[in-house]
Design a protein around this ligand. Structure first.
Ligand SMILES: [Mg+2]
Length: 266
């Protein structure tokens, strides 16, 4: 399937479409420092146009929702919902809904740095603290893949002891609360907004549960499309998405085409 097919299929439905998007690697190019991440220029404008035409925009990210809102400049998109930390928290119209921090996360915060040191992790490996989850980043290490392989076992053991889950990502190991994934978030958004059509776009293994829900929605008769923002780093999305586009630039092209359609219709 091509981008043009998706655009064509949504021609009549664009005002009732849920457009759910991952952030890093999908709307924003991957950068060495996640604090420097920004949406591809033009993304916010396209999303704002689509929202004004009646589409519901949602961002489903592993980041905390407040940070994603701020980095993304998403307050310019009317009605946007940001589901952060894989759905553990939610941001809409400047209001953050988030649970209290469980004690296990505090224990993880205390024990993770000495664990990395004890296993001789590369000094460029660092820990991002997202309050309800911690992320070990190896992208800056001399050999990011070897650094992940070295740490996966010990980090998984500690997480298991604390009743937490470990998830792989692009040169990251994320330790987070159990029970949250992007598929559950997407299903919840569909129940809430009851759209006539759904698009989900993602780039990484953490997006796989949402691609599975896209297929499930289609089996239930909804017009639903999964869009993979492909990259040389991730092959796990091959075959699970309906459309493959070339990274964030390809996602931007799709959103721009949909926004142009919204302009035509409106
Ligand atoms: Mg991503």
């Amino acid at each position: 399937m091509l981008v043009a097919d998706v655009v064509q299929a949504l021609r009549g439905d664009r005002s009732q479409t849920l457009i759910a998007l991952d952030f890093d690697g999908t709307l924003a190019p991957i950068v060495p420092d996640p604090a420097e991440s920004r949406p591809q220029p033009g993304v916010i404008e396209a999303l704002a146009t689509l929202a004004q035409a009646g589409a519901q925009i949602a961002v489903i990210t592993g980041r905390d929702a407040g940070t994603a809102a701020e980095l993304g400049g998403f307050d310019a998109v009317p009605g946007v919902v940001i589901e952060g930390l894989y759905g553990a928290e939610s941001w809409q119209a400047g209001e953050l809904t988030a649970p209290a921090e469980p004690a296990e996360i505090g224990q993880l915060r205390a024990r993770l740095p000495p664990l990395l040191a004890a296993h001789g992790a590369d000094p460029e490996v660092w820990i991002e603290d997202k309050r309800l989850s911690l992320v070990v980043h190896t992208r800056r290490a001399a050999d990011p893949g070897a650094a992940i392989s070295l740490l996966r076992g010990p980090v998984s053991d500690l997480a298991g002891e604390l009743g937490l889950e470990v998830h792989d990502g692009r040169h990251v190991l994320e330790i987070r609360l159990p029970g949250y994934d992007k598929g559950a978030v997407l299903r919840r958004l569909v129940e809430r907004f009851e759209p006539a059509a759904v698009i989900f776009a993602g780039d990484d293994v953490g997006d796989l549960p949402a691609f599975a829900v896209v297929r499930e929605l289609r089996e239930r008769g909804l017009r639903a499309f999964g869009v993979a923002a492909s990259s040389a780093e991730v092959s796990a999305l091959d075959g699970v998405a309906d459309v493959r586009v070339d990274g964030p630039a390809g996602v931007l092209a799709l959103l721009t085409a949909l926004a142009a359609l919204a302009g035509d219709d409106g």
